[in-house]
Design a protein around this ligand. Structure first.
Ligand SMILES: [Fe+2]
Length: 223
């Protein structure tokens, strides 16, 4: 069976560095320490991320929240309203209108790999923040692979393929296109933790290109 593989997307359609301030990066790390770290202390990595949700349950919850509530998450935690009400989020006043109150944690032991995959179709774009153990030996990758016809098949289980683009979430955050083939390699000697904060997933959900424009206009993307 022949598979048509369209030309690769440019890197500008897949990921972009978001230049948050030192205070903003510190705020995310503090939120992680206060709420998320205690919740995941018994987590064992088996190749997947951990879903986190701090939305106050309301009738306007996004499609991502609904799917989460329906149990379509491998490992997931819901947090009470103290997380959503934490004043540390005020550091992100300008971007909150574009963001969900949920995301995921990627906790990867030394020398572990998250193989190429596409996130669930309802998952919006996401911004990944370095939390701990994020070094130049941790690679975020995008791959040039054919689109799956079945949205339930999201993992690349065929031959090992080289990455098309690689970048390191080290000194700042990156927005990434969750709906294209991607993976992570932790080739370091430490556990690597990153937090993916989801962009809006409701009827206001934006494409990667639209979000790129938004974050450029807000002064977070330089090029
Ligand atoms: Fe992913």
């Amino acid at each position: 069976m022949e598979t048509y593989l369209p030309p690769p997307l440019p890197d500008t359609a897949l990921f972009a560095k978001i230049n948050f301030s030192k205070n903003q990066l510190a705020a995310i790390r503090l939120i992680f320490k206060k709420y998320f770290e205690p919740a995941i202390k018994n987590f064992r990595y088996v190749g997947n991320a951990i879903s986190i949700d701090w939305n106050i349950i309301d009738p306007n919850s996004s499609t991502y929240d609904d799917a989460f509530a329906a149990g379509d998450a491998i490992t997931g935690y819901r947090f009470k309203e103290d997380v959503a009400n934490d004043p540390l989020w005020n550091e992100f006043k300008d971007i909150l209108p574009y963001m969900n109150r949920n995301g995921s944690l990627t906790v990867m032991p030394p020398m572990s790999v998250m193989t190429p995959h596409v996130d669930r179709p309802y998952r919006p774009m996401a911004i990944y923040f370095p939390i701990s153990g994020c070094t130049e030996n941790c690679f975020s990758d995008f791959y040039h692979l054919p689109k799956n016809k079945d949205p339930n098949v999201r993992n690349w289980t065929h031959q090992i393929v080289p990455a098309l683009y690689s970048y390191n979430v080290v000194d700042n955050a990156y927005i990434m296109n969750t709906q294209e083939w991607h993976g992570v390699r932790n080739y370091s000697r430490q556990t690597r933790i990153a937090m993916g904060w989801n962009c809006r997933g409701d009827e206001e959900r934006k494409t990667f290109a639209e979000l790129r424009k938004v974050f450029t206009a807000l002064g977070y993307i330089y090029e």
